[in-house]
Design a protein around this ligand. Structure first.
Ligand code: SF4
Length: 433
């Protein structure tokens, strides 16, 4: 499928070869270009011939360049193709649990292997064919992040409401056998895929080690919008603790045999079980930060490193720090440490309860502007407000409910500074370094 070139970087190889915006890329050498994966793979060689169309007429351009050097073409979309939607109807799908009337893009259910390659998104494999898997292997796309949930074929079909969920499990084996690194994710639902089903899943995935390099175990998130959806229970303290035990038993065996745990409960599991979070060394390479595994341990360790390296200069600030209920105890403790090192600092940390989606949703990334405004009303606000940048969309301008940062600043009467999930940045933001 030919791809329209939107712009050509001035002075680039493509520009010097006479390629123009509006030309259409058909093939590189003998290979058709259908999407960003084809393009990135075939454009790497030192000598390439581009086959193009200009106003419908074919022409070619030969380029010599450094291996992997960019040639300066920009396309209409980063995928160079439409994004692939998911074909599942998972019983725990978060998109199905959102209220009506939110921004349209939030309702799009993507399940696109190209997004996994570009942004680390998780894919289920249920919309892929053997030819797609061949392409991933040929292009050595690695790692691939896969939502497995369970290795029991019938249970996977039941949970994902898609008959393809059973057969697609064999793609995990194919990828691992071909040397592709796989990070896997299990969204655990009490009574469904935890207990003995989880033991089986861990065993099956463990057999694919080392190319199956990590397993993130995440408790199901349930909002208050579940009308007409399958009945699911949230994790209570006891069940969360039992599930952590199953994961620990497997992880300790893997640690003894292979020197790494491979499977990890997410931070949320420890919080639900009211257990202390493990230290940073527990998490090895931190392969699953995007899934909330080890995030708080890493944040704390980076913060402490930053604090140790601080030369002790003055820091006079009066800050209000906002976060979700999950990260509140950690942030409260870190703010306390910063204040004891710099007594002239004043930092007040507030946990924002998620009334928008429901109180069991405790992560900062799902807090809305309206919850912040309602819960901070009448409270003292410092001269600056810090909040985690994950509360905002990628452009860092709007919350999930479309409230803008400017609107929040007007409501709170103070400037708002988004801070990335990075202990160094958090320390600098708290102390004004
Ligand atoms: S794969 Fe499942 S959880 Fe993910 S978007 Fe599709 S239905 Fe929702």
């Amino acid at each position: 499928m030919p791809v329209l070139i939107q712009s050509v970087e001035p002075g680039s190889h493509a520009d010097r070869a006479g390629i123009l915006a509006g030309d259409v890329l058909v093939a590189i050498d003998e290979s058709e270009i259908n999407d960003v994966l084809d393009y990135r793979f075939y454009v790497t060689s030192r000598k390439i011939a581009l086959h193009l169309l200009r106003s419908g007429a074919p022409f070619s351009a030969s380029l010599q360049k450094g291996e992997y050097e960019d040639i300066g073409l920009e396309f209409e979309t980063y995928l160079m193709d439409k994004q692939h939607a998911c074909k599942n109807k998972c019983v725990f799908c978060f998109v199905d649990q959102m209220p009506k009337g939110m921004r349209k893009s939030l309702y799009f259910k993507d399940d696109d292997s190209r997004m996994s390659f570009l942004f680390g998104n998780y894919i289920t494999l249920t919309n892929l064919t053997d030819a797609d898997i061949d392409r991933i292997i040929k292009m050595k796309i690695s790692p691939v992040n896969i939502s497995v949930h369970t290795t029991d074929p019938a249970l996977r079909v039941k949970m994902m409401k898609n008959p393809a969920a059973a057969d697609s499990l064999r793609f995990i084996e194919r990828l691992c056998e071909a040397g592709i690194q796989v990070n896997s994710q299990l969204v655990l639902c009490p009574g469904l895929n935890d207990g003995p089903a989880l033991e089986r899943t861990l065993r099956d995935l463990g057999a694919l080690y080392p190319n199956l390099q990590s397993i993130a175990c995440v408790p199901v998130g349930l909002t208050r919008y579940r009308e007409n959806l399958p009945a699911l229970q949230p994790y209570d303290r006891e069940r969360a603790a039992r599930t952590i035990e199953i994961i620990h038993r497997f992880a300790e065996e893997m640690l003894e045999k292979h020197g790494e745990r491979v499977a990890y409960p997410s931070d949320e599991f420890f919080l639900k079980a009211k257990r202390p979070l493990p230290p940073p060394k527990y998490y090895g390479r931190f392969d699953q930060l995007e899934d909330g595994v080890g995030v708080l341990a890493l944040l704390e360790s980076e913060f402490m490193d930053a604090m140790e390296q601080d030369d002790g200069s003055d820091a006079r600030a009066d800050l209000t720090v906002l976060t979700g209920t999950a990260a509140y105890p950690t942030l409260q403790a870190l703010a306390g440490r910063a204040m004891s090192k710099k007594p002239e600092l004043k930092i007040e940390v507030h946990a924002i309860v998620n009334r928008f989606f429901g109180e069991s949703i405790n992560v900062a990334g799902l807090i809305t502007g309206q919850d912040i405004v309602a819960q901070m009303k009448g409270r003292r606000i410092g001269s600056q407000v810090l909040l985690p940048s994950v509360m905002l969309r990628r452009e860092r301008d709007k919350f999930l409910d479309d409230m803008t940062v400017e609107q929040l600043e007007a409501a709170l009467g103070a400037p708002v500074k988004p801070v990335d999930n990075d202990g160094w940045q958090l320390y600098d933001a708290m102390t004004g370094r």
